[in-house]
Ligand binder design. Structure first.
Ligand SMILES: [Zn+2]
Ligand SMILES: [Zn+2]
Length: 167
């Protein structure tokens, strides 16, 4: 295996993809299966809709996940992870090999669930995104999902890690 094709290599793809984002926070996600890029996405508008960068974000007041606080959220944008999943025609499996997701931010609850559902078992993120509901689910996962299949959400570090990460 080429040692240069590692977490750092794929995270750089993420950083470049994030430059294309048109919403206020630039996010990107790449999906990797057997060392091949199988999905890439950044957060942006629906095809043929306005770009937030042209007309401003479509903000609504929403409850911050898992807390009693509220915050502004843009409802125009499709999350980077969802866009990557929509482009991905591969499914991860125990027999065929699981998929790794690299993301500039930790995924929200719904993206986390969608990532796991298509056979992603390792999620490498660069920046923390607080979502207490996602964390609640993550810690409540069955042993089959959490242990046998090595589902891991790990913070990116410049030092490449192997496939059994911390946490
Ligand atoms: Zn926006
Ligand atoms: Zn999301």
């Amino acid at each position: 295996m080429n040692p240069n094709v590692n977490d750092t290599y794929w995270m750089r793809h993420c950083e470049i993809a994030a430059e294309a984002s048109t919403c206020r926070v630039h996010v990107a996600c790449v999906l990797v299966h057997r060392n091949q890029l199988v999905g890439i996405g950044y957060n942006g508008s629906l095809h043929h809709d306005h770009h937030c960068s042209d007309v401003g974000c479509l903000l609504v007041e929403t409850q911050v996940a898992g807390s009693s606080n509220s915050g502004k959220s843009c409802i125009r944008t499709v999350h980077a992870e969802m866009n990557a999943i929509l482009k991905c025609t591969v499914r991860g499996s125990k027999e065929g090999g699981w998929i790794t997701a690299y993301s500039t931010y930790q995924p929200c609850l719904n993206c986390f669930k969608a990532l796991v559902q298509i056979g992603i078992r390792r999620i490498v993120y660069d920046r923390v995104y607080k979502d207490e509901w996602r964390d609640k689910l993550y810690h409540a996962l069955s042993d089959e999902l959490a242990l046998d299949e090595h589902l891991r959400m790990v913070k990116f570090s410049e030092t490449p890690t192997d496939f059994i990460g911390e946490l």
